[in-house]
Design a protein around this ligand. Structure first.
Ligand code: DAH
Length: 357
């Protein structure tokens, strides 16, 4: 029995001195494992007589329980200490500066579309949309572009296969068909802009087979050319951020408007560069006109009761001019370096103040 007391003192001292969970586990195996010291004591029971076995068995089992309890207690306090020291070592320092995150950029086209929408929203316009795949009727006929009219060739249209009804759908060559769709389904007054994708078979530094336009349409009982001029002058000045930007209306021709006018802004080309707002030169930026009475009639309106104006502009062209982007093709290269250079941080986007339904 004296041997057991020594063993107990020995084991408990070692358990108290253990300084890690690993050390404790080693002690557990040394004491209670199959070949452990307590197990060795238990093995001796077989050779004892009944009397001795009872007393020794009780003592060894008691020792076993004491050692097991001591191991459990030591383990609990060690793991608490280990957790505390891990928490101290791995503490997050909230005062450290935030690691710079790579931030995405908005494409200049997105930016320019938002700028255009924000300006027209302030004037009470709402956004309308239509399909990219159009019928010949909406893209041409309803807009007073008759069959065999040269405009159909000029537009270098992408035609789709002839459908079951014999008609040939087209990828819309302009956003103007949405004028017709809107007038057919909406009673005046109308004040819409139509940003969207358009398609023509053309590809060089200033043309892309897919590009974007923004159409505009205003219809009411007494809308006149003065409204057209005021809205478009205000738009040009707001878009280019120049209150005194010279704006000129030059007579032109579009089948869907009568009279028609191209809108030019003042610029200078001195020294080979282009400076908007300065000098004696002019730069064309959009087409416009009073909606042709034939188009009004095609849409079910009485041209003696309502009239209005329309306009259309190329979004890439406006983006290139405003942000000095020289080649249209780069808009669609998806080159991240280009986007980082010409793109915009989302939080800098203009807000839509009003005009949206
Ligand atoms: N649809 C014309 C184009 O693609 C642009 C345009 C000109 C639209 C005059 C209009 C307009 O609504 O009145 O070139």
């Amino acid at each position: 029995m004296a041997g057991l007391d020594d063993l107990k003192a020995d084991l408990l001292a070692a358990i108290n001195a253990a300084d890690s969970s690993d050390a404790l586990e080693k002690l557990r195996v040394e004491a209670l494992g199959k070949k452990g010291r307590i197990s060795a004591e238990l093995a001796r029971l077989g050779k004892m007589d009944a009397e001795e076995r009872k007393a020794f068995g009780q003592a060894v089992n008691q020792l076993k329980d004491q050692v097991t309890d001591a191991l459990a207690a030591a383990k609990a306090s060690l793991s608490q200490a280990e957790m505390n020291s891990r928490l101290a070592a791995e503490k997050v320092d909230v005062t450290l500066p935030v690691r710079p995150e790579s931030q995405g950029r908005l494409h200049p086209l997105t930016r320019v579309m938002e700028e255009i929408a924000a300006i027209f929203a302030d004037m009470g316009f709402v956004i309308a949309e239509g399909p990219d795949i159009e019928s010949d009727y909406y893209n041409f006929t309803a807009l007073n572009i008759p069959p065999e009219h040269p405009a159909r060739q000029e537009h270098d249209t992408f035609y789709l296969n002839v459908g079951a009804d014999g008609s040939r759908p087209v990828l819309r060559t302009h956003t103007s068909p949405v004028q017709v769709r809107t007038m057919q389904t909406t009673a005046p007054p109308i004040r819409i802009i139509v940003p969207g994708r358009t398609y023509r078979s053309d590809h060089d530094a200033t043309h892309s087979p897919m590009f974007h336009q923004c159409e505009g349409l205003v219809i009411g009982p007494d809308i006149h050319m003065g409204h057209l001029k005021a809205v478009l002058i205000d738009f040009c000045r707001a878009f280019f951020g120049m209150e005194d930007l010279p704006v000129r209306f030059r007579p032109s021709y579009f089948p869907f408007t009568e009279p028609s006018a191209e809108v030019d802004i003042g610029c200078s080309r001195a020294g080979g560069g282009l400076q908007i707002g300065a000098g004696e030169d002019w730069l064309e930026i959009l087409g416009s006109g009073m909606v042709n009475p034939r188009v009004l009639a095609n849409c079910g309106y009485d041209p003696d009761k309502v009239q209005g104006f329309a306009f259309g502009m190329g979004i890439e062209r406006l983006a290139m001019l405003k942000y000095g982007i020289p080649d249209l093709r780069t808009f669609y290269d998806s080159d991240l370096r280009w986007l980082r250079h010409y793109g915009f941080v989302p939080s800098d986007m203009p807000a839509l103040h009003s005009g949206l339904v």
